[in-house]
Design a binder for this molecule. Structure first.
Ligand SMILES: [Zn+2]
Length: 190
């Protein structure tokens, strides 16, 4: 098939084209790092429900040492993972009194300091909260804005989605809430 061969060849840059690009100082590609994070906390009476830094009215909230904000924790772990660093539990041990009741947006700000110290910036964040109740759709924009502010990233680079599990499993039985996040970081070419 001569046509197919021609197409394949035309996608590849010839050595001459590569050296021409080098001679014109074509910028090397940025360093890219991807990271994923996940978290889960049980729902308990007498606790505030905080997701993505936003307090959401609900008879029960997530239990944990800090404010137990699963969404912020998943994003934190994704950032740390992208840098190849130990997870949140290792970096901010749950037994440490200085983290007791602390807003999880503070953890995000701390981790972002580390991201920038290492020469990276956020390209985008995509996160999903798995919760049977309450209905999270009315709070999505507020969560997105709060996360973007804590990360120092443009709002459009942060995506938050909510998903119900249709009664399946512990999340479906409203025993807890889970979150997952993926982040992409870009650094200067090195
Ligand atoms: Zn957590």
């Amino acid at each position: 098939m001569p046509e197919r061969r021609t197409r394949r060849r035309s996608r590849r840059r010839s050595p001459a084209a590569r050296s021409a690009a080098a001679a014109h100082g074509a910028a090397p590609p940025p360093r890219l790092r991807i990271g994923c994070g996940a978290d889960a906390h049980p729902l308990r009476p007498g606790r505030r429900l905080v997701l993505g830094g936003v307090e959401i009215p609900h008879p029960r909230g997530l239990a944990g040492h800090s404010d137990a904000d699963v969404l912020s924790h998943a994003v934190c772990d994704a950032l740390l993972g992208a840098l190849g660093l130990p997870d949140m539990g290792t970096r901010f041990p749950a037994g440490d009194p200085k983290y007791l009741g602390r807003s999880s947006l503070w953890f995000l700000e701390e981790v972002m300091r580390e991201v920038r110290t290492r020469g990276f910036e956020i390209v985008n964040v995509d996160a999903i909260v798995l919760a049977e109740a309450p209905r999270l759709q009315p709070h999505i924009e507020a969560m997105r804005a709060a996360l973007a502010a804590a990360l120092g990233a443009p709002g459009l680079s942060v995506s938050v989605k909510a998903k119900r599990l249709e009664g399946l499993g512990a999340v479906g039985r409203q025993e807890g809430i889970m979150a997952q996040a993926v982040v992409l970081l870009a650094g200067e070419a090195g």
